[in-house]
Every structure is written in C-alpha cells, then in structure tokens.
Design a protein around this ligand. Structure first.
Ligand SMILES: NC(=O)N[C@@H](CC(=O)O)C(=O)O
Length: 450
C-alpha cells in the first residue's frame, strides 16, 4: 500500500542543515518524518514546490505585539497574522505591554490569551524589574518562556533595570537565558536635554549615539565576565560593539536587526522622518557595513525585526518627540530574501540566522532545522518573484511599514506550522492554531554542564 502522510512538499530545493538539496518532504502529526518521500505516496495536503526554496520555518525572535493594553495598535491575532503572511512560522513576543508581563498572573493571562488567537507559534519573554528579580527563576521555566528581557536602557514601556547592582543580581541569579536591551541609561539621562531641544530625528540618533550603545554593552559584558554568565545582546547597532563582541564569543550572543542591515542615516531620516526613528537608532553607512561584515564572519547569531508598531497618529502628533519603533514582522522575510538575491548572504546563512541561530540561543526544542523528528515548520519562498512592499499590504492595525514603496526580489509564498499550511500565495488558511514554542536548555549551557 502507498505510504500516506498528512503533508508532502514535492520538488522544492530544501535548505537542510548541511546545505541545499532537492528533497521531497513528508510530515505526519505535525512532525517531519521523511526527507525522501517515495513517488507513489499520498497525503491530505500536497504542496508543489517546484521552482521554490524550502526553508525551515523562519522565526522572528524579537517582536513587540501590544496585548495586553494597546490592542488598537497590535494584537496577538493581528501580529501573528502578519507573521504568517510574511513567511514566519514562529515569533517571540516582548513583555513591555500594559501591564507588562513580569509575574505569574500576567504570564498566565498571556498564555491563555494566545489560545485560539495565534496564527503561528509563539515564545514569550518575561520582563525583569528591580522588584521581581528573585521571582524570575520560577517564571523562566514556565512553558513558552523564551528568555528574560532586561531593558538596561529605557524605551517604550516602564521596564528598566539600569544599575550595576541590579544587573549583577540578574546575572548572579543564574537564569538560563537573558536578553538585554543594551544602551547606557546614565548617558541617556545626561544627554536627554540635548534631545528635547533639537531638531527631531537627527537629534534622536545623536542622543542615543554610538557611545551610548557601546558603553551599555561594555558595562554589561564586564558584569557578564565578572559573574561568569552569558548575555544575549539584542539589536547590536554599532561597528564598535560588533568588534568588541567578536572577541567575546564564549559569553556573548548577538542579535542584529533587519533595519540596521537595510537602512542608513541620514538618508532614512530624510525619507521617513519620524517613521525612521527607533531604539537603537539607524546609523550611518559605517555601521551598516560593519553589521554585514559581522553577519559574514559569524559574529551575528540572530537576525530579527524588533517589530514595534506605533500608530501613525502618535508618530505624527508627538513630533518631534515621537515614539521610537518600526513595524517589521510582515516584511522581514521579503527584505532579507532581497538581500540574498543581492548577494549579501546565502539562503543557508539566512536559515542559520532566523532558524538554527534562534534555536541555539534560546534553546528551542524541535524547531530550527529541516530534519526528521523536528516540527514540520516550513517557509516556501520564490526567489524570482518581484514585488513592491506597500502600506496597504500591512495587516497590523497601525497600517504602515518603513519599506512602503520598496521593490524586492524574493517572496514568501507559503508558511507551514507543524504540518499545517497557514499561508499560501498571500492568503491565510484556516483557524488560528498557533501554540507556545517549547524551550529547553541551550546547547552551550548543556555543554557547560557536561
Ligand atoms: N525598538 C523600539 O524602538 N521600540 C520598542 C522598544 C524597544 O525594544 O526598545 C517598542 O516596543 O516600541
């Protein structure tokens, strides 16, 4: 009798852990069971992937959906819808909501809230505050928790742990994974009056300057060295930090954002004004080039979007002190595919930065590669498709993208989550059935213990 699968993906070029190869992929019960499905096999769903590349389900490890508290801007439903349409199989959602996710009640609420609303799988950050550090040990092992988030520099929301004594308490507590927003809060405070006085967007970047980021990262890494702990540094944005972190691979992992790999100052502020303002700021070409060099030489572990939807009205009304943050969950995949077509990285390196890298850094269980036994998460992409990204494609209620009008080559044409096709040719399919991502120990931590 012919073999039967739930899903077969035929004829695509699969990005496997050891390189690209033609493969017919078969899944049952949400898991990959075969990389060489026999010719006569049948399935409930067959995807014809001829002419397409099949990546492991891409992960955006840094998004800020706004539930609870601000669902007119972004909800779990709209954010994960955007993710599925944009070719992502999983997202990790930040805790700077209102109220923030900082204790067992808020975390339990969010976990319950995801059920029946998410279109892709979700990991959840728990926020550190000066008051909750001791109780985080219990929270970080709860299902679905990807990491503890520390805002060492202030940004949207009220989470801040800026002083050395508190940061050292975080590190000495021995959490498995801590992700840091690293800008030096003291320098930010010292220079805030400058920003308040000046011309808007340039001032924002001058206020949160290279030294602010570098100082923040040096302070964090000095503490990490002293305490013997590892640190995951989010949105590293300067050549100085990257050169410094390159020599600290034993204790540091590094995230770089798609925006810092795509846009440069001052042009970004000339064209986008406040819609180009984010923390840490988009910087000049020297930093953009350093970010790409760090992608090439292996310093970067993760590329993410830092999707931070702010309403158009708030960006415009609060000008020149507009809120910082850019949307990005729906556009990260097409923008990165365009970079692949431009020869800045390869598809296997992209899979490393958005699948295996996040899996390694956050200790994801069962996702991150195309291999038997792993979740049947796939992103099918057409590397020849050309499209223009526009605001009206964006499903986040905030309705804008900094890439409006940008033409890209390379487009996600299907998203599969645990064997279920959730997006095909730009259409969402079926009811939301996203689940919490599973996390275990990181590989490095396991190696430390061995
Ligand atoms: N990146 C941003 O500019 N903004 C983020 C917060 C943050 O990560 O700093 C937001 O939630 O708005």
């Amino acid at each position: 009798m012919a073999e039967h699968y739930d899903l077969i993906i035929r004829g695509g070029r699969a990005v496997l852990p050891w390189g690209e190869a033609e493969a017919d992929l078969g899944a049952r019960n949400g898991r990959i069971v075969s990389l060489s499905v026999p010719a006569g096999a049948t399935a409930e769903t067959v995807l014809d992937a001829r002419g397409l590349a099949v990546l492991p389900g891409l992960i955006d490890a840094h998004v800020h959906f706004r539930e609870p508290g601000n669902d007119s801007v972004e909800t779990i439903a709209t954010g994960t819808k955007a993710a599925a349409l944009g070719g992502l199989a999983a997202v990790f959602d930040m805790p700077n909501t209102s109220p923030p996710i900082v204790d067992s009640d808020t975390l339990a609420w969010k976990r319950r809230h995801i059920e029946g609303r998410a279109f892709v799988d979700i990991g959840l950050y728990v926020g550190a505050t000066k008051a909750n550090i001791e109780s985080l040990a219990l929270l970080e092992v709860e299902p679905g928790v990807c990491a503890i988030k520390v805002f060492a520099g202030s940004s949207t929301g009220d989470l801040l742990v800026e002083d050395d004594a508190s940061l050292e308490r975080v590190m000495r507590s021995g959490f498995r994974r801590v992700a840091y927003h690293s800008e030096d809060e003291y320098r930010l405070r010292e220079r805030a009056p400058l920003f308040k006085l000046g011309d808007p967007h340039l001032r924002h970047a001058e206020w949160r300057d290279v030294e602010t980021a570098f100082l923040g990262t040096r302070r964090l890494m000095a503490l990490a060295r002293r305490t013997g702990r590892r640190a995951h540094i989010l949105h590293v944005s300067t050549a100085e930090e990257l050169a410094y972190l390159r020599d600290l691979r034993d204790i540091a992992t590094v995230e770089v954002l798609v925006n810092h790999l795509t846009q440069v100052a001052p042009e970004v502020y000339e064209t986008l004004g406040g819609f180009g303002v984010m923390n840490p700021p988009i910087r000049d070409r020297r930093h953009y080039e350093a970010a790409w060099a760090a992608v090439a030489d292996g310093t970067v572990d993760v590329v993410a979007s830092d999707h931070a939807p702010h309403p158009k009205e708030a960006k415009l009304k609060l000008w020149p002190q507009c809120p910082a943050g850019l949307t990005g969950v729906q556009t990260i995949v097409p923008v990165m595919l365009d970079h692949v077509n431009a020869g800045r990285l390869t598809l296997p390196r992209l899979a490393d930065l958005m699948c295996a890298g996040p899996a390694r850094v956050y200790g994801v269980v069962g996702k991150g590669r195309i291999a038997a036994g792993y979740d049947a998460d796939f992103t099918l992409v057409d590397m020849k498709a050309e499209r223009t990204i526009t605001n009206d494609w964006i499903v986040s209620p905030c309705g804008w993208t900094p890439f409006d009008g940008v033409r890209v080559r390379g487009w996600p044409v299907a998203t599969v989550v645990r064997g279920k096709v959730v997006m095909r040719e730009g259409e969402l399919i079926g009811e939301p059935s996203g689940r919490l991502v599973r996390f275990g120990d990181t590989l490095r931590r396991a190696a430390e213990a061995a």
